[in-house]
Design a protein around this ligand. Structure first.
Ligand code: NOJ
Length: 531
């Protein structure tokens, strides 16, 4: 890895979904000034970077991932001046700002598309893909054909996501230049990096019938980020299709493409063939095996990994992979220990630090996510309401998007009457209650990130999986020549461990002292090995 990539491993990134984080003006919608108010809170957790989901102008068909102006802030979130003040306040605190770059598609309300759809000879026509008939059977991620008929010119356009998210045609050099200009615009304003939305879809492979990972992908990425002017920024690609070979190309030290990528193998576990809304049997051993596989691969190839359990598209990890009832604290902290002391860059999603659990609702009015609402429309009447809502509650992206629970007051301390219902369990699970609880997930995270930042073993140190054949447990080592740590994460059942190692516990979620002995469900501990 490059020196910069090495340096980026010192980051701890906190992701904010601005609509749901903090509403400073009581209009029910989170905003930029709300974020500025909470910077000290985020810093106190131990995060030193913020990934901001899109805050640009948007008609919100997909909550900001449909951008109508790349250079300005959504009115509901504030102004560019508010954004500048927030950025300055972050930098004052030594925090980096990572913006979301949505390069695969715009909103249909973007001026490029409004022009493009007017006539076949409009100068913006080739900014998008048009055809007399659908060119293939590609499905849009949110349901239906990816080709939408447009009456004005009697042709179809391509949209990999919502109908209002037409795909940009990157074959057109003007589109590439536009996106380079967008990157430069924000970098000049002081942005420190980008999280790049569905980046591997910007190059299509029409010949092999694949909507992504096309033949010119690497050329395009290099064009965006391989330039000297932006060589200092951090870039992480959302690349669902990235396998081993492709990852080496996307982030290899000599490639001048990206700093790192999100790899999702461990996150999609527990889902059947039907995808997001299809629960399937799952045990944590499967997750451990995926984590081990990728840790070893990234280490062998000297590549920086990303470490994450949640984001704005995923249900809450404590509900998905842990036990959000009687073992909520234990499983939330164990999952954190399992993932974040591995080698790579931690990403944590708002609310995860207090062990937020999935909400539950059987009222369609409580849902906003276009993917969930479309799923409901497609299946209403085909399944009983009970079955349908069970699936929706399992997979909905709204589980991560309800307003952050700050305290037990009205609207959970978020602000005005919110755009999406607050979490059902907000009285029990909120920042104020968690911080003062004996079992505080927040304080555990604080300690975990402090341990990480204070010990080089967790940054540049080596990783080793030492679980052996054991079931229901994950044991790994992180070490340099000078220091050595063993991390033990027990899963859902009690487990007895016998290990003859001279070590002392430095972080535990159940107060254990010795490495050997009986581990309770979801108990975890980090041990410093004595020389
Ligand atoms: C991935 C984003 O994370 C998701 O929220 C969005 O809906 C799609 N890309 C389309 O932009």
């Amino acid at each position: 890895m490059t020196d910069r990539q090495n340096e980026f491993q010192k980051m701890v990134v906190y992701q904010i979904y601005p609509r749901s984080f903090k509403d400073s003006n009581s209009d029910g919608i989170g905003d930029i000034n709300g974020i500025t108010e909470k910077l000290d809170y985020i810093k106190s957790l131990g995060a030193n970077a913020i990934w901001l989901s899109p805050c640009y102008k948007s008609p919100n068909e997909d909550n900001g991932y449909d951008i109508s102006d790349y250079r300005d802030i959504m009115d509901e979130f504030g102004t560019l001046d508010d954004w500048k003040r927030m950025t300055a306040e972050m930098h004052k605190r030594g925090m980096k700002l990572i913006m979301d770059l949505v390069a695969n598609h715009t909103s249909s309300e973007h001026k490029w598309f409004k022009e493009a759809r007017k006539s076949k000879d409009n100068p913006y026509r080739d900014y998008y893909y048009w055809a007399d008939e659908p060119l293939n059977d590609w499905q849009a991620c949110f349901g239906g054909s990816a080709w939408q008929y447009d009456e004005a010119t009697n042709q179809y356009y391509l949209h990999s996501y919502a109908v209002g998210q037409p795909d940009l045609n990157w074959e057109n050099p003007k589109v590439r230049q536009e996106m380079i200009d967008v990157v430069d615009y924000w970098v000049k304003l002081g942005v420190d990096g980008f999280r790049c939305d569905v980046l591997d879809q910007i190059s299509k492979d029409f010949v092999n019938n694949k909507n992504g990972n096309g033949p010119r992908l690497h050329e395009y990425i290099k064009m965006l980020f391989g330039r000297e002017e932006v060589s200092h920024i951090f870039t992480v690609g959302e690349c669902w299709g990235a396998g081993e070979d492709n990852i080496k190309q996307l982030i290899g030290a000599d490639r001048k493409e990206l700093s790192t990528v999100f790899q999702f193998d461990h996150i999609v576990l527990g889902r059947g063939d039907g995808g997001r809304f299809d629960p399937a049997p799952f045990v944590l051993d499967e997750m451990r095996d995926k984590l081990v596989k990728w840790q070893l691969f990234m280490q062998k190839n000297d590549l920086p990994a990303t470490l994450f359990l949640e984001n704005h598209d995923q249900p809450r990890c404590v509900s998905r992979f842990g036990n959000d009832a009687e073992k909520r604290y234990e499983s939330a902290t164990m999952l954190a220990t399992m993932v974040y002391l591995q080698k790579g860059i931690p990403f944590i999603y708002q609310g995860q630090e207090i062990g937020t659990a999935n909400p539950y609702s059987e009222n369609i009015e409580d849902y906003d996510d276009i993917e969930t609402v479309n799923f409901y429309k497609r299946n209403k009447g085909k399944l009983t309401d009970k079955e349908l809502f069970a699936k929706m509650n399992f997979g909905t992206r709204d589980a991560a998007r309800r307003p952050m629970s700050w305290d037990e007051s009205e609207n959970s301390g978020f602000g005005g009457k919110p755009w999406l219902p607050i979490y059902n369990r907000y009285k029990e699970i909120n920042v104020k209650a968690d911080m003062t609880s004996e079992k505080s997930v927040f304080r555990y995270y604080q300690q975990l990130f402090r341990l990480r930042s204070e010990n080089e073993a967790f940054i540049s140190g080596a990783y080793d999986n030492v679980t052996g054949n054991r079931k229901g447990i994950y044991i790994y080592k992180r070490y340099t020549n000078d220091e050595r740590f063993i991390i033990v994460c027990n899963f859902e059942n009690s487990n007895e461990l016998k290990l003859d190692i001279d070590c002392e516990a430095v972080l535990t979620n159940c107060g254990r002292k010795t490495i050997s002995g009986m581990y309770e469900p979801y108990e975890c501990a980090v041990f410093r090995v004595n020389r």
